[in-house]
Design a protein around this ligand. Sequence first.
Ligand code: TA6
Length: 281
Amino acid sequence: MQLSPSTKFDNTLGVTRILVDNPFAQASVSLYGGHVLSFCPKSDGRERLWLSKQAVLDGSKAIRGGIPVCWPWFSDSHGQDDVSLPAHGYLRTQTWQLISSQDHHDHTELKLVPAATQGPGFSYEAEVSLVIKIGQTMSIDLHTHNPGPQPFAITCALHTYFAISDIRSVELKGIEGQYKDKTRNWQVSETPAPYRFSEETDRVHHCKSEQVTIHTEGDITKVGSTGHDSLVVWNPWQEKSVTMGDMEDSGYQTMVCVETAVTDGFTLAPGTEHHLIQTIA
Ligand code: TA6
């Protein structure tokens, strides 16, 4: 496969990364997990994504940070009692293949496919691809197609870790309605306004808002979503950060997850497809 002029492979960190450097931005994507690790627009030189300083980058476990691809289920919503099934599915721990890279007038487009879409807990025929467009903004499109004779149901998410200066100064705007609170046994509550952080936060918002903004000390990160039925907001706070070996104890202070997600799920009839798209500016 011919790489575009702005694209190259790099193996210096362990996992093979695709590095993109075009007139609009720099970005990197790990083939392991089909996992976007960084996106830095040249307009302001501000990295949009957070990557743990202790992230495991040898291909032995899901990478902590960037944009984990959660498929064919989000969290443990696989609908089975099999506790051995991996949280967030198994595509984020596969080595993906770069199918194409193309430079366009205002962005570079990468297309990746996973090694396999069938796995423990999901045996249907499914085709999955990830199309990433890197320009002044970045979009990531998780495309699922059902070429087979049977319908199948999935949940999925683009589990994005955003870099922020200080979680205690962050305000989210654009989320409304009720949410389910994982930290309080899935109790249903109203989305707070202003939406700020002062403790472990793990919420599934059944909100189809197409734009959320992350405000922190003068910086605004814009998060666009389509194809979703919910937005997930997560910050592990200190106690949980300390328990995670791939996250520095203070890591929670400089990240917040705003995830474009399908948590209620959808059923794909034979011959149909679904696009879950997140756009970052
Ligand atoms: O999206 C929020 C969440 O489901 C949290 O409950 C927490 O488990 C987080 O994802 C990270 O999951 P991971 O399997 O990547 O450690």
